[in-house]
Design a protein around this ligand. Sequence first.
Ligand code: SF4
Length: 681
Amino acid sequence: MTVPEPTPGEVVQATLHHTACTLDCPDSCSLEVEVRDGRVDKVRAAPPDLAHPLTSGFICSKVGRISRHLYGEDRLLHPARRTGPKGDGAFERISWEEALDLIVSRMTEARTAFGGESVLPVSYGGSNGLMTQDTADAILFRRFGASALARNVCAAPSTAAALGLYGKMAGVALEDYEHASLAIVWGANPSSTGIHLVPILRTMQARGGKLVVVDPRRTPLAKKADLHLQPRPGTDLCLALALHRELFRRGGADLDFLAEHATGVEELRRRAEPWTFARAAEATGIPEADIARCHEWYSASSPAVIRCGWGVERNRNGGSAVAAILALPAVAGKFQVRAGGYTMSNGSAFRDVGRREPSPGTRIVNMNHMGRVLTDPDAIQGPPIKVLFVYNANPLATLPNQELVRRGLAREDLFVVVFDQVLTDTARYADLVLPATTFLEHHDLAMGYGAMVLHATKPVAPAVGEARSNNHVFGELADRLGLLRHDDPRSDAEWRQTVLGRERSRRLSDDGWVTPRTGRRPIQFVDAFPYTRDRKVHLCPPSLDAEASQGLYAFHAAAGAERYPLTLISPSVPQTVSSTFGQLRPGQVPLEMHPRDAAARGLDTGDKPRVRVFNDYGEVRCRLRLNPDLKPGVTLLPKGAWFRSTESDNNACALAPDTLTDVGAGACFNDARVQVEALAD
Ligand code: SF4
């Protein structure tokens, strides 16, 4: 349906609708949407009587201004076929019938000539909830026999560590942080990602609790912290092991708790032993006295809670670092009280939702190696990739070794479909683009992974142009390929019941929300226990220990520091926590650098000089911005910037290595080593 423009002077009545946000964000806000003449006009927090409490009457500005995304010039309105060279973004409109016929014929041809594994679906979280991913798409691609994708670009090492130590144990509810005596926010920047934790932490501090922030940047939260530790990227493991060492040596370890609830205690103690405060200070660049103060406060405080963020994992030591951090509350005996323990993802509070389509056992492609897989036949076993179906993702703007990904997408013998809401950087390389609905235009289910809430969401405005939902398109393709069975869910109501189960589906109204079955916020080791086989915490899980090349908790120093003395990090920023909404960012993104590093290169001229930041993977050209809040030796380009945001038509991923983390086979974005030079204006 095309959304009509109001005629000039026409007075249009607004209608109010209630739904929830499905974006990749821990908070899962309850929303109130004002719709005027069939178009989303204003979006704000739902009123308290309709909202999940964590929403607290406010939402982020990204979603508050989402109408710019819904009705902006980049929105895809109809299916279209490529007419120019790959990458040019030149397309001609075609019908849905033609588009679906073309996909069916190209997938069938590829399977006939090379086998089903020559088709690779590429997806990530996008802005989709539980009902529009791993549902009809899983039916289509798994029954077709396509290659499977390891969605390892984010959270894989953290998930591996959390599962290895605790199984799927629910974390401390964010609302409970206000009761803590000490909160350590480690590798997370809630001012950008999960804004509702910020006022809760301020309340905690107002009540006398202390806040410690561990981050190489002086983030807005770090400026309010009682103690800010600035480790070099990739060295969080050293800090965590030093804390363990002193807990064991100075009587801060809760040996009774460990004897009853833990395995691997001696292994962890032994591996932490070399990490004196002095050695950790040298490795991390944090003053020794600050490490000692952090230990003293953590050892003495209860309730003490650690918010472990996903910034910790993005380096060669990432899995071990997350494991060592999550082991701290067990060693220090911080569980068994409200607000004591840790929070990573709280998605496990709803462990029983979702639908699993059986795997056909086809090969698995790690998305961090997308460039290699698309350009080097020896990089994977089996047939070459001939059809790439991209949805809920913008791999060109988000995967490491970007230039190789670009070369792969530009292959003339690769048929690329991109199903998205807007013409992304990846979509410009597509042979066929398909317009997708947003979470305000289709039914979905929003599950918080910070907030412990599960919302039903519903379309509040007509879909723009000819946009269709995932389940509509993937169901149609599965049908045309003869893959549907008579008992497969087809309608939104059937999908909802399948994902939630009959009883929970019945309890959830179209715009309602539910909390986990217990109805209470869990206290770890009182009413939430590890989901390991023996219900104990495994401080040195054998599976992770075997996976890490030199064993779990082995520290690996940064490689390449001699040629490239600076580290480049690419964290979330308020405008972009992923590439979603990246097209709305005005102007170009600057490279941020500490004034001392700029002075050493003659770049502290005060007029935002043009620079090139480069390494063996590529080069980004942009302006420089001095930022005294960065740790010296660390530079920053924001995550999620679109190519239009730099003058070199790329972003931070052009400099990111496609090496993998020690466990979890995750991405090592923060292992990017770079040098920076001035460019002539
Ligand atoms: S992105 Fe996060 S903060 Fe913003 S509306 Fe969605 S859930 Fe709320």
